[in-house]
Design a protein around this ligand. Structure first.
Ligand SMILES: *[C@@H]1O[C@H](CO)[C@@H](O)[C@H](O)[C@H]1NC(C)=O
Ligand SMILES: *[C@@H]1O[C@H](CO)[C@@H](O)[C@H](O)[C@H]1NC(C)=O
Ligand SMILES: *[C@@H]1O[C@H](CO)[C@@H](O)[C@H](O)[C@H]1NC(C)=O
Ligand SMILES: *[C@@H]1O[C@H](CO)[C@@H](O)[C@H](O)[C@H]1NC(C)=O
Length: 286
């Protein structure tokens, strides 16, 4: 028995080594032919200047243009960020504990987000002092579908089940604060996105979860869904911290990757060098 266990352990170890090796090889192959950064300004970029008085107007138009192209699919970004409409995410966890009435863990093995390409950039404000951004985005509609796993308690009901879910959102507003740092590479200045903080507001939410009680109690399932949909604001507030958290991680990842591939001067022609920027930041805070 002991022998058998050892065999199992060592074959597992061998197996993980092989997986690791394959992974490393895949990364090496991918890196060798992957796109680095735009050496020339791509046509989908409009440049602005920090010194121009109507910077917010210019930057709003510029960001709208970039967002539109990226949503359509920029070939150079295909390997880097994949498709954004639909955006397919895996293994996301929404956790809500501590609250009195609700104690749930919702795991989404897949989440498909549709209609993000209809995003409107309402405003893009560049903060001249630290070069951070404030983006205001509006999406008329957003549809989330996926496979959920639920474990927890709502009021006195204990729930442990899984199934398909769909959530339709309307009038979605996201205000995103993007903190950045600058770094130099090959004589170009790049943005290093260091922090993303989202504030999410929605005008309407409609949720559907099938199989809520393992399909055993359709009446209860219907009344829970009706209650969620009649009280969607409270439902959203309960999930707000983890929704914000997940959204922050997704937007951080996306913006970070995109910014590493676009020299900052294509967006802001008179961007300082990292050295000027760091000297200025430290002298401003003294
Ligand atoms: C330095 O900071 C000042 C005041 O915030 C600003 O007017 C100036 O443009 C900045 N210069 C650079 C190189 O960032
Ligand atoms: C970007 O910022 C992160 C954290 O702030 C830092 O660890 C990383 O080294 C920076 N990257 C570059 C290229 O400067
Ligand atoms: C979303 O923002 C628009 C303005 O851009 C505003 O008219 C609308 O009321 C906002 N909706 C929500 C749910 O915050
Ligand atoms: C937010 O995400 C971090 C890192 O994944 C995690 O440690 C933290 O508990 C999350 N907070 C909430 C409210 O979900």
């Amino acid at each position: 028995m002991q022998q058998q266990t050892n065999n199992l352990v060592s074959s597992n170890a061998l197996y993980s080594k092989i997986i690791l090796l394959v992974f490393v090889l895949m990364c090496a192959v991918k890196r060798s032919n992957s796109f680095d950064y735009f050496k020339e300004k791509p046509s989908f970029m409009k440049s602005c200047k920090l010194s121009q008085p109507d910077l917010t107007k210019c930057s709003t138009e510029a960001i709208q243009k970039i967002v539109k192209e990226i949503m359509k699919g920029v070939p150079e970004f295909r390997d880097v960020i994949g498709s954004l409409d639909p955006l397919v995410l895996n293994d996301i966890a929404f956790k809500q504990d501590g609250a009195e009435a609700v104690n749930i863990l919702i795991g989404l093995s897949t989440l498909i987000i549709k209609d993000m390409s209809r995003v409107q950039v309402v405003e893009s404000r560049v903060h001249r002092n630290d070069l951070s951004f404030l983006l205001k985005l509006h999406m008329p509609e957003l549809r989330l579908t996926g496979h959920y796993k639920l474990d927890g308690r709502i009021l006195l009901l204990s729930l442990k089940t899984e199934g398909e879910m769909a959530i339709d959102l309307e009038d979605v507003n996201i205000t995103t604060l993007i903190k950045t740092d600058l770094f130099g590479r090959d004589g170009y200045t790049f943005y290093n996105v260091t922090k993303v903080q989202n504030d999410i507001n929605i005008g309407k939410l409609k949720a559907k979860f099938d199989n809520l009680f393992g399909g055993r109690n359709k009446d209860l399932e219907r009344s829970i869904l009706t209650s969620i949909n009649e009280n969607w604001r409270e439902f959203f507030e309960v999930l707000r911290p983890s929704t914000t958290n997940v959204t922050n991680q997704i937007t951080f990842d996306l913006l970070h990757k995109i910014c590493l591939r676009i020299p900052a001067k294509y967006f802001l022609e008179d961007i300082p060098t990292p050295k000027q920027f760091h000297e200025n930041i430290s002298s401003n805070t003294l």
